[in-house]
Design a protein around this ligand. Structure first.
Ligand SMILES: [Zn+2]
Length: 171
């Protein structure tokens, strides 16, 4: 009996005939439909997926770093006499959120990338608000860093969605 070497690969339904085909196939073996997207993606896919993975590991690492900073700051607030203030408690609550979002982004989970993007926008809003009330060069630097992170995140999401759309698995 011949062994089907393609059986372990991710599959998708052919958009034309509905038969189950290999996700990265450039042509349906049932109806002969040719998928230009997949054809283009299949030759470039490994390099693109590698690049997306590299970017997401970087973004996730940055978000985990923010979580660690928040946790450290919150911890210091908790050890101070008189106990933590509202900022300290907020940091303690947000720290695990950033850590989980960062970790899952490193595992290429798109929902986590969207969460990290939303969190980064919130930071940018907060920084912008603080600059208006109290101009601070450190806040300005933080704002520029987060603008860069947000741009990079949008780019990675676009690239990742394109891969998923073409039927190329990210993992
Ligand atoms: Zn087909």
């Amino acid at each position: 009996m011949a062994i089907d070497s393609t059986s372990s690969q991710p599959r998708r339904a052919c958009p034309k005939c509905g038969e189950s085909i290999v996700a990265t196939a450039a042509k349906c073996r049932f109806c002969g439909e040719i998928f230009e997207d997949a054809l283009r993606a299949s030759s470039e896919a490994p390099a693109k997926v590698e690049k997306i993975g590299f970017e997401l590991r970087g973004l996730g690492g940055f978000w985990m770093f923010i979580g660690l900073l928040l946790g450290l700051f919150g911890f210091i607030e908790f050890t101070e006499p008189g106990g933590p203030d509202a900022v300290g408690i907020t940091c303690m609550v947000l720290a695990p959120v950033w850590l989980v979002v960062g970790l899952m982004t490193r595992f290429k989970r798109l929902w986590a990338v969207y969460c990290g993007l939303a969190l980064s926008y919130l930071v940018l809003l907060g920084v912008a608000a603080s600059i208006f009330t109290d101009p601070d060069p450190l806040a300005a630097v933080l704002g520029v860093i987060f603008i860069g992170i947000i741009v990079l995140t949008h780019r990675s999401i676009r690239a990742a969605r394109k891969m998923v759309h073409a039927g190329v698995p990210l993992n």
